[in-house]
Ligand binder design. Structure first.
Ligand SMILES: [Cu+2]
Length: 151
């Protein structure tokens, strides 16, 4: 009897642990690290907020140290570096691929290398270059997760 009761409480605990961790109505929090004078970083933050993210803004003195600490491969580097649920988001990544990152257990982060014109936060002069969103695997390989054509 006692063993059965213990089993039931363990089962209840297990059910609790597999519940979805976030309520859809609660905004997803993302930490953004950037240089003080980065205008396109602020525009990207606005893109995130418009898409329902709660942004915690961190002004950093040494962004290359931040990128190194977070495991951003130098070939993937851009301006700002964000962190969501322990994974990095490097550069002007669209909100859609940030949301999809939670479903990719094979990836440690996503990046839009460089600062392609037309990516979120890099609009403005009417030019849109083609760009890719690259995922970095646990094994250190690049995977294309999205292709945005030139407009
Ligand atoms: Cu930028």
């Amino acid at each position: 009897m006692r063993a059965r009761r213990r089993f039931l409480s363990l089962a209840a605990l297990a059910a609790f642990l597999v519940l979805p961790p976030v309520d859809a109505a609660v905004p997803t929090t993302i930490d953004v690290h950037r240089d003080a004078n980065c205008g396109c970083c602020k525009k990207w933050i606005a893109h995130l907020e418009q898409n329902g993210f709660k942004v915690i803004d961190h002004v950093e003195a040494d962004m290359s140290a931040v990128k190194q600490k977070l495991g951003v491969a130098p070939r993937l580097a851009s301006c700002h570096t964000a962190v969501i649920n322990g994974k990095f988001v490097e550069g002007h990544v669209p909100a859609e691929q940030i949301r999809q990152l939670s479903e990719r257990n094979d990836l440690v982060g996503v990046a839009v290398p460089g600062m392609p014109a037309g990516s979120p936060g890099m609009e403005g002069d009417g030019v849109s270059h083609a760009y890719q969103v690259i995922g970095l695997t646990i094994g250190g390989e690049d995977r294309v997760v999205a292709n945005y054509p030139a407009k």
